[in-house]
Ligand binder design. Sequence first.
Ligand code: HMG
Ligand code: MG
Length: 299
Amino acid sequence: MIRIVEVGPRDGLQNEATPIPTERKAAFIRALAAAGLKEIEATSFVSPKWVPQLGDAAELLARLVPPPALLSALVPNMKGLERALETSIERIALFTAASDAFTQKNIAMSVEESLQVFGEVAAAFRAARPGGWIRGYVSTAFECPYAGRIAPARTVEVARRLIEIGMDEVSIGDTIGVASPREVRALCRAMAGEIPTEKIAFHFHDTRGTAIATVAEGLAQGITAFDSSAGGLGGCPFAPGAGGNLATEDLIYFLEREGIATGVDLAALAHASLPILSALGRAPVAKAQLAALSASPPK
Ligand code: HMG
Ligand code: MG
């Protein structure tokens, strides 16, 4: 079975300056769940000074009780965990990177410091939520906008450390959307025997149009979990050049056409991000979304 982790409400919106009302975000998440997405990264408990758009994390989650899907939220540090634990969230995502230059810009820590902090955050979360689930991101897994190309061995090392400190899964992020299938193959080979394959997800950005090709290579290498963002919304405000995420519509179309059932209704999904796009004053651009919308236009 292939798992899809929808990151649009978090990775999609964190990059947007136009404030989106909390209820519209909640409606977006409900629509994504209604389209059949089972795992949704809903928001972030990062500093609202750094990412004002997601400053309403607690209020948003309060509107989503009971949760319409398995919801998760980013947590950067203990302060973020304290805020998260005031909500009903059962799944958190901690995020570091393969490159020190990026983690300094993104969370004001070195990779090593972040791993120390995450060890404490993970232990405190486990104590508070014994049934909880923790993902660890390794951003800039192929290339960093500040430090350049990243050797596969470095990404493997950070992913292995995250598993050692208790992550249930690592999500390997091509933050600026540069990777080719050959690089994905090389990284998968380097991870083999070091990280259990079922604990690896890939998080591709489609900045250069290579995301589906890299998903295909990930599948060929036995990877079973992929992140994507409805409508291809997204990017990272601290990674120059991080364009849109892989659109969930493109991913679903590709998987279904490959004979892999996803349980997601593509037409419903194609409509889910329209109210957000309209609030941002933007037209849809994701290819499979446009095709689905032309077959089933908005009323
Ligand atoms: P800092 O300014 O170094 O924090 O930020 P600090 O520890 O010096 O504290 C400064 C003030 O912030 C203090 O308040 C803290 O309490 C407060 P004051 O005493 O001045 O009143 N503070 C917080 N408030 C709310 N929530 C918190 C929090 N922490 C401190 N969690 C920090 C450090 C980590 C907070 C900051 O750098 C930050 O929020 N960074 C987040 C950046 C971010 O969200 N990046 C995007 C997500 S990563 C991504 O997109 C990549 C991914 O998609 C995968 C991929 O594509 O590769 C996941
Ligand atoms: Mg991302």
